[in-house]
Design a protein around this ligand. Structure first.
Ligand code: GLN
Length: 558
């Protein structure tokens, strides 16, 4: 680390701003990640900031159903899911400073106003809000001193909420040295099926909207589902957007998504980025990344996983879980097919749990609240009784304890007090320090915590270590009053907090693979470096399918 620090000492961080036009959902985050990757493979150090123009201070209080998954960072910050994409693509370990929301900006400006720091001044959006935005962006550059800082603004150009951020970009482009900033605008190029023609008008309009607020893009990335935008359409986009023709690139459909960086680089984007930012001509070394991408493509077998949860039909709610499963699959040479099952169906018709027999493994992910809970418990019971590989994450871990207490120990009304505050057998209960908490934002047990892994257990085999660090997001935990009976009944708690006050991992040693964690291992899974819990689960599902007597894990840390 120190060596890097000395090398970059005195060097200036360059900024790449990324905006989006026409509509949301164009994969702006993926373009941001790809830009970062193109720079990384050219030996440059990058960092990334996501701007979320909503008024929430962080994503922690938002419904994943509307906003997508809440992604947890090492420091416990509850972030927009794009930060997960940055971490996975770029191998970064981000902090709360890498996410800026309107809520945070206003909170700080109002705090300063109350503290009298603007005494005598009328506090305004320009310059006070925009100054605070610029300060926050530059703070990230000062902290990590990257060669290039990527700054992605969420939403679409024209949104009222985004305006102060775009104004801050405009000012920064003026304040930084010429050539030290770049603006990439991501737009949509739709195809009208009837005429089979690529339509450039939406792009023209969104660029005009940008220019009205004083921002001239340097590069256009057109999202086009039909392939590369070239010829007349490309010329038109360049002309109307006032950019070089060679600065119009296409983000077309690629599978897996990890192919996008090279797909853009092949169009000349990486070289152009370096030329525009005066970073010299640098040869990309795609070797390692290509090996990772190929591991997703060159799969032999298939494993089918039943993801039993709430909001199951919305893939965005469980992005990190889905990705972690795919990383694990790639490491085992298997393609993972995931079916999302809304567990309320098991409540309405208990016979439907038999459908789980069609799968190679059952996963119950994190969750909150009572809806669908009984169905999740049924799914866990099915997996345990039929010896289907099972992985439980956070709420899935807690419900595995409930299921065991009910059906193995015979404590019929056992439950978590989150779902049934009146239960006679609160096997899962609030953490003592959670009892007095009234505010709900950022108050869970969050972020990286140390875990002691018991030697000789499945957890120890998987993690290959007796001390691990994993990310958390929960208010409830296994009630210490029930540890004894649960363990006597055969449940093994193979991971605990070093102070011995909390259980973190459970397993059933006589099962093929029955494993659950109070933490969220998916947040630390990376392509090419799958998390051991997910790896173990997929490997077991695959081995059981092949008819092996026991799963053969081999070396797990890939
Ligand atoms: N609702 C549970 C708790 O708060 C589990 C949380 C989760 O799955 N992230 O402890």
């Amino acid at each position: 680390m120190d060596v890097c620090h000395i090398e970059v000492e005195g060097a200036v961080t360059k900024y790449i701003f990324i905006t989006g036009g026409v509509m949301s959902g164009l994969g702006k985050g993926m373009v941001t990640c790809s830009v970062g990757k193109m720079l990384q493979v050219r030996g440059l150090r990058v960092d990334a900031v996501k701007i979320d123009p909503y008024l929430n201070v962080d994503a922690g209080t938002m419904n994943p159903y509307i906003h997508g998954e809440v992604y947890v960072l090492d420091d416990g910050y509850e972030a927009d899911m794009d930060l997960g994409a940055y971490e996975r693509f770029l191998g970064l370990r981000l902090t709360r400073w890498n996410n800026i929301t309107t809520g945070q900006i206003y909170q700080e400006v109002i705090r300063k106003e109350r503290a009298g720091e603007y005494l005598g001044v009328c506090v305004q959006i320009i310059p006070h809000i925009t100054d605070e935005i610029k300060r926050r962006i530059r703070l990230v550059a000062e902290r990590s001193r990257p060669d290039v800082l990527l700054v992605e603004c969420g939403g679409t150009v024209g949104d009222i909420e985004g305006l102060p951020f775009l104004e801050a970009f405009r000012q920064m482009r003026l304040e930084e040295r010429p050539g030290d900033t770049l603006l990439i605008h991501v737009t949509l190029v739709p195809v009208l099926k009837a005429v089979g023609e690529l339509k450039t008008k939406p792009t023209q309009h969104s660029v005009r909207e940008l220019r009205e607020i004083g921002l001239q893009p340097d590069i256009i990335v057109a999202r086009c589902e039909e392939g590369v935008v070239d010829g007349e359409a490309r010329r038109k986009i360049a002309l109307y957007s006032n950019v070089e023709e060679g600065a119009v690139f296409t983000s077309y459909n690629v599978d897996p998504i990890y192919r996008l960086p090279e797909a853009l680089d092949k169009q000349g984007m990486g070289d152009l980025l370096c030329r525009y930012l005066g970073l010299g001509s640098r040869r990309p070394d795609w070797g390692e990344w290509r090996r990772i991408v190929e591991s997703f493509i060159k799969t032999r077998g298939v494993v089918r996983i039943a993801m039993c949860g709430k909001y199951a039909h919305l893939a965005d709610c469980y992005v990190s879980v889905n990705e972690a499963l795919k990383h694990a699959g790639a490491a085992c040479g298997a393609r993972v097919e995931i079916d999302w099952i809304e567990t309320e169906v098991f409540e309405e018709d208990p016979g439907r749990t038999e459908d789980l027999g069609d799968y190679d493994g059952v996963l119950v992910p994190g969750g909150f609240g009572v809806r669908g809970t009984e169905g999740k418990i049924r799914a866990i019971q099915y997996a345990r009784e039929r010896d289907l590989p099972f992985l439980g994450i956070c709420f899935g871990f807690q419900l595995a304890v409930v299921e065991f207490a009910r059906h193995v120990l015979g404590l019929e009304d056992a439950h978590s007090t989150e779902c049934d505050p009146e239960t006679e057998n609160p096997v899962i209960d609030l953490l003592p320090e959670q009892r007095g908490i009234r505010e709900l934002g950022g108050t869970m047990r969050l972020g990286l915590h140390e875990i002691e892994v018991e030697e000789g257990t499945l957890a120890h085999r998987l993690y290959g270590a007796t001390r691990i660090y994993e990310r958390h997001r929960h208010r409830y935990e296994v009630n210490p009053e029930y540890w004894g009976v649960l363990e006597e009944g055969g449940l093994v708690f193979s991971g605990k907090s070093p102070d011995g006050r909390r259980k973190e991992i459970l397993e059933l040693p006589d099962k093929y693979f029955f494993f659950a964690t109070q933490f969220h291992p998916e947040f630390r899974s990376r392509p090419g470096k799958p998390d051991p819990a997910y790896y173990g689960f997929i490997k077991a599902a695959l081995d059981r399918k092949k008819g092996r007597q026991r799963p053969e894990f081999g070396v797990v840390r890939v």
